[in-house]
Write a protein that binds this ligand. Structure first.
Ligand code: FES
Ligand code: MG
Length: 588
């Protein structure tokens, strides 16, 4: 146990041991004594450590944190701290309507208020399901008290008739099978449910595994923490060490701003490429960076991440799942491989006071089929491509999931990712898409490009996860399982669709997608990273004027937060943060 830095006075003392304000001190003390803490403990100069509990019956992905918190408490106590567990606003990715995307910023606000307003000297962030990780890290970045993330870990591997079924990813496959008449409704549900056999987050390389891996890559959790499956005994051990570590962090005054440097973010961008991370990662990482005051833009994702090859062979880009990822060495094995090739900044500091290089010194790949060495990657240059043109200023595409069949069908030179053109079919929001996708009158062919707009954070509260649109059932039956898609919404990180998404600005915020008409020809050029509608500027101006008379409004807001979020939230390219929150930095 390291000695308390004599210069550090615990912020909780302002509540519990403040001779200048005896009345307030008495009030604060008596109420916390109420649950069984003693005066001696609260005035003993021992760090008060919050456990930000994101698990609940409403949040099954993170629910195992309720169990793990016991081991976190043990670690905190043993290291000399006092644990205080409190609930966070629930975010359940698949259960929240209209979309869990809405709740990231709400949970962020709520956690900022809690960390700022209560007598906490440090906090354990219990991360897991997609948005819980960024919400927690964004709040820790804003408040800037010592903070450490504990992942809940992925579920065990799903299995159906001897084949791995990955959570989320299997849905895309199952709905194609249902549309093609290969399975019925009951078979569909059974197949999907097989992918989720235990407590924990999605076992695929979706947004959850991505963000937990990136929390570790950023240095915000203990090495090896992200990949341990939720039910595994190592997970409880990691919880215990996390509890011990946060007490040491308070004593050393090691804060998020010391760890979340630009170097740390660039490391995370590179790791994101190597793991085949979710297209939601830039939104969340850019948001964390903005709240901690680090310059980070989509251009950084292109310049630092695009050339990094795909090493992790997990669904949806590959074949394996979470248990395999852990056994193959998890994030330290990936980072070790990148670091030895000079692709990471080894000097970046992490929660345990050690550098990235120190943490991964011993890390090796244990299974080269699951985590490939750089010498035989799954795909070269697997990072996100950032595209722009006359339809938007920035949108991203995950090249690592472009299948060979898709390449062969659409790209003149599949290895070279050249350009293709197609007629667009435009949908205004998710409901319009769901109603009309199978309408033969749309005339969708294998040369069509599907476009969805009105799906960004302003057009659709929270931004809809819909850009990976399935082709009409008739096309699927003819063997076309994916069409090129473009949209101002997001797509699930578990989807293997090579969509162009997160277009900013979105149609509802004046973006060019609002000017598209069904039948227009759009040219997508992956070499020049451009997407343009082949329509004259004069015609686009004419349409702009026409739209101004009849502006797109999207669905009505249904709750107060829908309205507030649509008014206050910025675009995906800037992390879709609450813009007015960014100026509040290091407020502890
Ligand atoms: Fe919660 Fe995937 S739905 S982690
Ligand atoms: Mg999702």
């Amino acid at each position: 146990m390291s000695e308390q830095n004599p210069k550090i006075s615990l912020r909780s003392r302002a509540w519990f041991d403040n001779p200048a304000l005896p009345d307030m001190t008495a009030l604060y003390l008596e109420r916390y004594l109420n649950y069984g803490l003693s005066m001696e403990e609260l005035q003993s100069d021992r760090p008060i450590i919050g456990i930000a509990q994101t698990g609940s019956d409403l949040s099954p992905c993170n629910r195992h944190h309720i169990v793990l918190a016991e081991r976190v408490r043990d670690g905190i106590r043993e290291a000399g701290g006092i644990p205080i567990e409190f609930p966070c606003h629930p975010i359940q990715e698949t259960g929240k309507r209209p979309t869990a995307g809405l709740d990231r910023n709400l949970a962020y606000l709520s956690l900022v208020e809690t960390l700022f307003g209560y007598p906490l000297d440090g906090v354990v962030l219990t991360i897991g399901c997609d948005k819980t990780t960024p919400a927690c890290l964004m709040a820790a970045a804003t408040v800037n008290i010592p903070a450490i993330a504990l992942s809940v870990g992925p579920m065990l591997n799903g299995n159906f008739k001897g084949e791995r079924t990955g959570s989320g990813t299997i849905v895309w496959k199952a709905r194609q099978m249902l549309a093609a008449g290969e399975i019925d409704y009951k078979g569909f549900i059974k197949l999907v449910a097989s992918s989720a056999p235990s407590t924990g987050f999605c076992n695929t390389m979706g947004t959850a595994t991505t963000m937990n891996s990136l929390a570790e890559a950023l240095g915000m959790s203990l090495p090896g923490n992200a990949a341990i499956p939720a039910p595994h005994r190592d997970r409880a051990e990691s919880a215990y060490h996390t509890g011990r570590q946060i007490v040491e962090m308070v004593r050393a005054d090691r804060k998020p701003s010391d760890i979340l440097t630009r170097s740390a973010f660039l490391n995370a961008i590179r790791v994101n490429s190597a793991i085949g991370g979710s297209t939601n990662a830039p939104i969340h990482l850019n948001a964390i960076a903005r709240h901690v005051g680090v310059e980070l833009s989509l251009a950084d994702w292109e310049s630092h991440g695009a050339d990094i090859p795909l090493l992790v062979n997990l669904q949806p880009a590959g074949e394996y799942l979470g248990e395999d990822y852990y056994r193959a060495g998890g994030v330290p094995a990936v980072m070790g491989e990148l670091y030895r090739a000079g692709l990471l900044d080894g000097e970046a500091l992490t929660v345990n006071g050690r550098t990235v290089a120190q943490n991964i010194a011993e890390a090796v790949i244990e299974d080269e089929d699951v985590i490939r060495p750089l010498s035989s990657p799954l795909r070269p240059a697997a990072g996100l491509t950032v595209l722009s043109g006359n339809l938007f200023d920035a949108a991203v595409m995950k090249k690592s999931v472009i299948s060979d069949a898709f390449r062969a069908r659409y790209l003149a030179n599949p290895d070279d990712l050249e350009a293709f053109e197609g007629n667009v079919v435009v949908f205004d929001g998710p409901e319009d898409y769901h109603h009309r996708i199978d309408d033969p009158a749309l005339g969708i062919t294998d040369r069509s490009i599907l476009v969805i707009r009105g799906a960004g954070p302003v057009g659709y509260p929270g931004g809809a996860e819909v850009v990976n649109m399935r082709p009409p059932a008739a096309l699927i039956r003819a063997g076309i399982d994916a069409l090129p898609c473009i949209g101002d919404g997001r797509q699930s990180g578990t989807s293997g669709s090579p969509s162009i998404l997160n277009a900013s600005p979105e149609a509802a915020a004046g973006g060019g997608l609002a000017l598209l008409r069904t039948g227009d020809i759009v040219r997508i050029d992956l070499k020049t990273r451009s997407v343009n509608v082949l329509v004259s500027d004069e015609e686009l101006d004419r349409r702009r004027a026409e739209n101004a008379e009849n502006p797109f409004s999207g669905p009505e807001s249904q709750t107060p937060w829908h309205e507030i979020a649509r008014r206050e939230t910025g675009q995906f390219a800037g992390g879709a943060v609450i813009e007015s929150a960014v100026k509040y930095q290091r407020i502890a």
